[in-house]
Design a binder for this molecule. Structure first.
Ligand SMILES: *Cc1c(COP(=O)(O)O)cnc(C)c1O
Length: 495
């Protein structure tokens, strides 16, 4: 299977697409065609474990990777998840389910891909004949950095360095990163906000002089962010697995459609659901849920993407986003894979901050998606109501999706297929907000809130979070934004 750029300039193998991350024309890599999964293949996947299902889906795209190798890597990655099943489906009510994707090492859904990415990346480099060590640089506002550190810790042939804004992450997130284990990891706080931190890291990625300097030392740069196809591919697998679980437990008939509601930020998670549909999985509507930052809701309803608006900080920070980079892959499909249109829109977005779809494209969007946004009060109310009614505690991001799913089901009673709400984080990752929503108690300390939330809900506290309190802090460096490359060199020169 070959991969092409959404902007038309490049055609590479899957291994190259993953090793490179982004196309050299600035576009995103997409598969040349969508590999089909037949009804018979779906039937054959029914008795498989999660890791086997994931390997089967991945191998459809990454056919130059060895299947047994992929399977072994999936087994190793998902063995790190707590509780046996890496993606359990919980029945909430008739026709309403929650797909829990937060049982990985950092308690957020990014673990589903980032536990596997090191294998996909290193093997991709090997397949391409890249001999250098890989240096991963990440600028993070919280969740991605920790998930990437956990995924890449002690990975062969890879080093990872994470930069976060010193005043821009939660106490819990800072603690998660500063106590990170592993011989090949480094974490640096930057005296700035996230945007400055991100652009300082981007400077390193785009500067030839930096690449030269690293090459001399035997390193190439790579990135672990969500536009890498190696992040997208493992996410397609859990839509298949959720569907198969519904079939094997007799809740839906093979072939019957199932809808998914997804809390959306960068559009990576929900795009994976769309890819699953294109591969032949019987997917009904895709419910795109936003928080108060409702740019995607407006886009799906009106066809106009307009980033000229106020940015809000919310209690679902991983969805606080104005530019959803993975949307470019959907635009490519909407335009019948015409890269000229994609380029026009991306240029327009960069220059004017806005673009509008053609009518036929908007019609396609409406066929596929339905969108809603959930404000701060609605987030709190949804967590409260679902806990009252079903004793199910959910996190602030999941609540946005549940809110949108409820509204969709209320408005489409007759046609509603079974609905799976995708849960992207453990409630213990945002213990103060969830505790406040459920009990009205405003607790200042994260660990105290975890304890009280455990008493209130009887839900098990994830081991990785309960251990955090007693872990030694390993990383304390705080750097100015123009000193980041010096920190990189210190790290790889082992000073
Ligand atoms: C990253 C993240 C999201 C958003 O996912 P996208 O793929 O960027 O749309 C939602 N919830 C949580 C908890 C996340 O960490």
């Amino acid at each position: 299977m070959k991969f092409i750029s959404t902007r038309g300039g490049e055609c590479v193998t899957g291994a190259q697409a993953i090793a490179q991350g982004i196309a050299s024309d600035g576009g995103l890599f997409v598969p040349e065609t969508f590999p089909a999964v037949s009804r018979q293949e779906l039937e054959e996947m029914l008795p498989m474990s999660y890791a086997e299902r994931a390997a089967a889906v991945l191998h459809k795209y990454l056919d130059e990777y060895d299947y047994e190798g992929l399977k072994g890597a999936c087994e190793k990655a998902y063995a790190q998840f707590e509780g046996g099943d890496p993606a359990p489906l919980v029945k909430i009510d008739a026709g309403l389910y929650i797909l829990e994707l937060f049982h990985g090492p950092t308690c957020a859904f990014k673990d589903m891909a980032l536990t596997l990415l090191p294998y996909l990346l290193r093997t991709g480099c090997d397949l391409c004949g890249i001999k250098e060590q890989v240096l991963i640089l990440v600028a993070t506002s919280g969740d991605t950095g920790k998930a990437a550190l956990e995924g890449f810790k002690n990975a062969d042939g890879v080093k990872i360095m994470v930069f976060y804004p010193n005043d821009g992450v939660s106490k819990m997130q800072k603690l998660q990163m500063s106590t990170q284990e592993g011989d090949n990891v480094n974490v640096v706080a930057v005296r700035s906000n996230f945007d400055v931190c991100q652009s300082a890291v981007k400077t390193i990625f785009t500067g030839e002089e930096y690449k030269e300097e690293l090459k001399k030392r035997g390193y190439i740069l790579s990135s672990a962010n969500s536009i890498n196809f190696g992040r997208l591919a493992p996410q397609i697998a859990y839509y298949f697995s959720a569907y198969l679980d519904l079939v094997s437990s007799g809740q839906v008939e093979m072939g019957e459609e199932v809808s998914f509601a997804v809390p959306t930020g960068n559009f990576g998670n929900i795009l994976a659901a769309y890819y699953a549909k294109r591969m032949g999985l019987p997917v009904g509507k895709l419910i795109c849920a936003s928080n108060k930052n409702n740019i995607l809701t407006d886009f799906i309803r009106t066809g106009t993407y307009d980033k000229r608006r106020e940015f809000f900080k919310t209690m679902s920070p991983s969805m606080d986003i104005l530019i959803s980079s993975n949307l470019e892959r959907l635009l490519f499909e909407l335009a019948d894979r015409d890269p000229v249109h994609v380029r026009l829109r991306m240029d327009k977005l960069a220059q004017d901050g806005v673009y509008t779809l053609y009518d036929d494209e908007l019609e396609k969007v409406r066929q596929l998606f339905w969108a809603d946004s959930c404000g701060e009060d609605e987030t709190v109310e949804t967590i409260y109501e679902f806990f009252e009614e079903y004793q199910y505690p959910m996190d602030t991001h999941t609540a946005c999706a549940m809110y949108a799913a409820s509204n969709y089901m209320a408005q489409h009673e007759k046609e509603s297929a079974p609905m799976v709400v995708v849960s992207t984080a453990s409630p213990y990752k945002f213990p103060q907000d969830v505790m406040y929503a459920i009990t009205g108690n405003d607790i200042k300390d994260s660990f105290k809130a975890i304890k009280h939330l455990n008493i209130a809900t009887a839900m098990k506290v994830p081991v990785s979070l309960s251990k955090l309190r007693d872990k030694p802090v390993r990383f304390t460096t705080v750097a100015d934004k123009d000193k980041l490359f010096a920190e990189v060199l210190k790290f790889i020169d082992n000073k």
